[in-house]
Design a protein. Structure first.
Lengths: 151, 617
């Protein structure tokens, strides 16, 4: 995938030049491109003067970073304890069936990415599904299809 | 707005109180993450438009308040009319005109929007008459749902930064440490270490720099009190940090907050900016010689970063792996300097303790666990949400008096406390007083305060497997006992849930658990086997049913159950499209049939059936 990397320098300008900024910079890159493109990691390494191996190890250690491109719509099924005992697994299976992908994967047409996350902290509304940062609470099996169409 | 001395602070407080007196009538709309998910922002817009239409546009700031979380998220969006304290649930934009005309302008009550008591079906008008709120005592959550969290003036209006003024001009650092020690405040993040003692150790170390870090990396699945506090009372957290910093001699502080909490990050950023602009952060705060800055570090989704040494590495932009703690992080923490790391809930308690005194705080709770604790009461309980209760209250009071009992009147089975490091407590122990020590004694722990209620439809072996799977995923992999030991424990649990377990597996798991507990480097590994050990201790019969009888009594583990359609099937056809595996056939108004060879036992049919016509056995 080809990207315009001009925005990278805007991101760099917002952070002090020290390793303390590494995670924040990667978070901003992830937000901009939905994942961490290889070139962006190289530029980050140069900007911060931190070895590329360190940048790579940080980007693979933390769950919120992805090294592969994600779909237009990101669906996160919360699998925290409260959601688990109120049927999160069933929702995950239903979404997997509808999208024909497993959790962690992206549909071939790059429309959807399905993820499972540990806990989004909305336990009182379990089970919760987050579609593009919008929280949907008390999700029922019958509403799964609607979620895919939700804007 | 400049606040360069105490006089100016008090002037603003006076102004706020005067405005409140002028406009006692208010519409409070809860804007926590839960209520926003249910559409609270649309309600805010409708109320604003409605006020403008009624020629109240100029005063809409004083009347309409977007507050933090009330904790009763399930029934959101929540709207409260003050001063009557009328409490409306599940409000939709179409209700707003009615609320403004009848409830706000005329003091009438709109009955259909009131809370319905789940026990007798009666309607309850006032906030504090609802059993969910009535039994609570709010100290850490004092400002949640009362003030607009993104307005610094609102916080100042409720005695905000008065404790800071008190410590800067009336107390020495030693006196602060003594006051916090005397109050008996213990770390709310799970460990329960004395906060005063931690501050004292840190303060007494000579070093170039001291740091204060607020731990907002709430990783325990099932707990969300820190999120709500950071969203609903960010200035409370900042004031707590400032007091800690002044006490130990720190000039720099960090708040480590999960990236998954975007609203919390936004409110904290705004609060820090407002403090910097007004002079409450920066050089010579309130005209004293105390200078302090706070930065936000966003976590990136690693549970292990809740552990102190891992968190500090993460703040420094490194991989969050814990280290062996021969030297504690309070002595050698961030950049090898002495560091106080306190949890969000701990810090937000500090300003009230300073204002009201240690003796006041000590009078609440039990002698060894003073004060209150915030719990997230979730799972199979009627009233789910965030609650704050005095320490020493029994689990029964929490679940039945505040929680209103078990969902659908099913039998209670267990309550899980302490997250992945905690355990499951059975019915026989419902009268256990909840405090740090009694929970540890029964093989669980306080943790950050998640209380997940489970009914007879929850399989305890599955719960143990769930937590082990979580920990295997989150183990950083640095030390072998945690990385490999938890992995093998999870494999054994998978085997048992699949109906392939042997009785000797129980002994194997017990032995392996001991080794993981002894050999792991950090708390995550050391406490990792707890969910397994506690379920084995109190629910061994369920393990035996899985192993010997090849049955899952709760009807959860797919390999050990079957789904059947009963004769009371009305032939409504709802389950046919719900099944993703084409396993159900049938015509309209005829009893449907499940083809057992195609059924994956996912439970989708059971979830959509409105006639209880599907039997799980």
């Amino acid at each position: 995938m080809k990207h315009n990397f001009e925005n990278l320098h805007t991101i760099f300008d917002n952070h002090p030049k020290s390793q303390e900024s590494l995670i924040a910079i990667l978070q901003d890159i992830q937000k901009e491109y939905q994942y961490l493109p290889c070139e962006a990691l190289e530029e980050t390494s140069k900007f911060l003067d931190v070895p590329l191996s360190t940048v790579f190890s940080v980007s693979t250690f933390y769950n919120s970073f992805s090294l592969t491109a994600k779909g237009e719509k990101i669906i996160k099924v919360c699998t925290g304890t409260a959601c688990h005992i109120r049927g999160a697994k069933l929702l995950q299976e239903q979404l997997e069936n509808h999208l024909h992908i497993k959790a962690g994967e992206t549909t071939e047409d790059m429309k959807f990415t399905l993820e499972v996350v540990a806990c989004v902290g909305a336990c009182a509304m379990a089970p919760v599904v987050v579609v593009d940062d919008k929280y949907h609470g008390s999700v029922k099996v019958s509403k799964v299809k609607k979620l895919l169409k939700a804007k | 707005m400049q606040i360069s001395n105490v006089k100016e602070l008090n002037k603003i407080k006076k102004e706020c109180l005067a405005t409140q007196k002028e406009h006692p009538k208010k519409v409070l709309v809860c804007c926590g993450t839960g209520c926003i998910a249910n559409g609270a922002l649309k309600i805010v817009d409708s109320v604003r438009d409605g006020l403008a239409k009624r020629k109240l546009k100029d005063v809409s700031v004083e009347i309409l308040k977007e507050t933090g979380c009330h904790g009763f998220c399930e029934l959101g969006p929540l709207v409260i009319i003050e001063p009557q304290e009328t409490f409306y649930t599940k409000v939709k934009p179409k209700h707003v005109d009615d609320i403004l005309d009848k409830s706000f302008l005329k003091n009438e009550v709109i009955e259909p929007l009131l809370f319905t008591n789940p026990i007798d079906g009666s309607k309850i008008t006032k906030y504090n008459d609802i059993s969910f709120f009535k039994h609570q005592q709010r100290i850490a959550l004092r400002n949640l749902g009362k003030i607009a969290p993104h307005e610094i003036r609102e916080y100042i209006g409720v005695d905000g930064y008065q404790a800071l003024a008190k410590v800067l001009f009336k107390m020495s650092p030693d006196e602060i440490v003594d006051e916090i020690s005397n109050s008996g405040l213990r770390g709310r993040g799970g460990g329960g270490f004395s906060t005063g003692r931690k501050w004292k150790i840190c303060k007494n170390i000579k070093a170039d720099k001291h740091y204060v870090i607020c731990n907002g990396d709430e990783g325990d699945p099932g707990a969300f009190m820190d999120r709500s506090i950071m969203e609903g009372d960010p200035h409370g957290v900042l004031e707590g940090m400032m007091i800690a910093a002044y006490a130990i001699g720190a000039k720099e502080g960090y708040i480590y907050v999960r990236e998954e909490y975007p609203l919390a990050v936004r409110h904290l950023e705004k609060a820090i900016l407002d403090c910097e602009r007004s002079g409450l952060l920066g050089e010579n705060i309130l005209g004293s010689d105390f200078s302090f800055t706070i930065k936000i570090a966003r976590g990136a989704g690693a549970f292990v970063c809740g552990e102190s040494s891992a968190l500090m590495k993460s703040v420094a932009g490194e991989v969050g792996e814990p280290r062996a703690k021969y030297i504690r992080s309070v002595v050698k923490g961030l950049y090898d300097q002495p560091t106080v790391l306190n949890n969000v809930e701990t810090l937000v308690n500090v300003p009230t303790i300073i204002r009201n005194g240690a003796d006041w705080y000590k009078s609440i709770g039990t002698p060894k666990s003073t004060g209150t604790k915030v719990f997230s009461l979730v799972g199979k309980v009627r009233n789910t949400g965030l609650i704050e209760v005095p320490m020493g209250i029994t689990l029964r009071e929490i679940i039945y008096d505040i929680g209103g009992g078990i969902l659908d009147d099913r039998p209670f089975k267990a309550v899980q406390t302490g997250g992945p490091s905690g355990g499951c407590i059975p019915e026989a122990m419902l009268d256990l007083p909840v405090d740090f020590d009694s929970l540890t004694e029964v093989g669980s722990m306080m943790g950050s305060g998640g209380l997940i209620v489970m009914d007879d439809k929850t399989c305890m072996v599955d719960v143990a497997k769930y937590f082990l799977a979580f920990l295997v995923e989150e183990s950083c992999g640095k030390c072998t006992p945690c990385r490999e030991g938890l992995y093998q424990l999870h494999k054994l649990l998978e085997k048992i849930c699949a109906g392939k377990g042997e009785m000797s597996d129980i002994e194997k798991m017990e032995r392996l658990s001991e080794n993981v507990i002894i050999g792991s480097l950090c708390g995550l590994g050391k406490s990792g086997p707890n969910p397994l050990m506690s379920t084995l201790k109190y629910f061994k019969d369920e393990y035996i049913a899985h192993i010997k009888d090849k049955k899952c009594p709760a009807g959860v583990c797919p390999e050990l159950i079957t789904y059947k359609i009963l004769d009371n099937c009305t032939g409504c056809m709802a389950c046919i499209p719900a099944c993703g595996y084409d396993a159900i056939t049938g015509k309209k108004k005829e009893i449907h049939v499940i083809a057992q060879d195609k059924c994956t036992k996912c439970g989708a049919c059971y979830a959509v059936c409105n006639f209880e016509a599907i039997l799980v056995s």
